[in-house]
Write a protein that binds this ligand. Structure first.
Ligand SMILES: NC(=O)c1ccc[n+]([C@@H]2O[C@H](COP(=O)([O-])OP(=O)(O)OC[C@H]3O[C@@H](n4cnc5c(N)ncnc54)[C@H](OP(=O)(O)O)[C@@H]3O)[C@@H](O)[C@H]2O)c1
Length: 217
């Protein structure tokens, strides 16, 4: 088990972040977290990061990181704090591959973690002809091909399923290896843009910054 949870935008600030962290631990029934992330690059996340550095130094969190940080915000956060995020959890899938982002994150010691590895099924991912054809060669599903492709790129991946049989399927990705040619065919699927949000869009920034999630760990 590896438990991650995230700090919501409105819980920014040093006191807010420490309070939200304590509430998350209580809800989860845990006395430490494996990974705690700042969910969005909005609000008072510099103060939140200072609080998270403290919690990390006290041993209450094994690793601290961020999510949805574009490179400018990521680099700025790193340059003006003691600790760099261990992880940046960002939308990453065959239609939005973030190869250049991954390169720079690597140079700054930040691990890319993919959210939405299946693009949540958008763009007909699960029936995509290229991915289906590659999978057929190994007796593997599209989902397994996508996960294998991310793992071979050294991307940490957190597929979501509510179905036990799919959870098992999503773990069966360590008994085959995509060739360079297959990796290249998937690389050619990149559109270079998000299928979900533009974090540089002021309306989106305001919407995310002013929407409080009602239930979370
Ligand atoms: N940091 C952020 O801002 C952020 C944003 C979004 C998501 N996330 C996180 O990212 C993780 C990934 O979740 P996600 O929901 O974004 O997207 P995802 O993993 O790309 O897609 C999930 C969808 O794929 C289906 N699925 C899973 N395995 C499958 C398989 N083997 N075959 C066919 N369909 C399959 C699921 O359906 P079933 O459940 O019915 O199997 C679900 O509809 C979650 O932990 C989520 O919390 C983070």
């Amino acid at each position: 088990m590896f438990v991650t949870t995230k700090l919501w935008v409105q819980d920014g600030g040093e006191d807010g972040a420490k309070r939200a962290f304590a509430q998350s631990l209580a809800r989860l029934g845990l006395d430490y977290l494996d990974l705690y992330l700042i969910h969005q690059p909005f609000g008072d996340y510099y103060s939140a990061w200072r609080a998270m550095q403290d919690l990390y130094q006290q041993g209450l969190i094994t690793a601290i990181g961020v999510a949805n940080f574009h490179l400018d915000r990521l680099v700025d956060l790193i340059d003006h704090n003691d600790l760099a995020p261990a992880v940046n959890q960002v939308e990453t899938h065959p239609f939005y591959q973030r190869q250049a982002d991954q390169q720079l994150m690597g140079e700054r010691g930040v691990q890319l973690e993919s959210w939405g590895p299946f693009a949540e099924g958008r763009n007909h991912l699960f029936s995509d002809p290229t991915l289906s054809q590659i999978g057929a060669g190994y007796g593997k599903s599209v989902a397994q091909v996508v996960l294998r492709w991310l793992i071979q790129r050294q991307v940490v991946v957190i597929p979501k399923s509510v179905r036990p049989e799919r959870m098992a399927e999503n773990l069966q990705v360590f008994d085959f290896q995509l060739t360079d040619q297959e990796m290249g065919r998937i690389a050619a699927m990149d559109t270079g843009t998000s299928l979900f949000f533009d974090h540089h869009d002021p309306e989106m920034a305001s919407q995310i910054g002013n929407t409080r999630r009602t239930s979370s760990a």
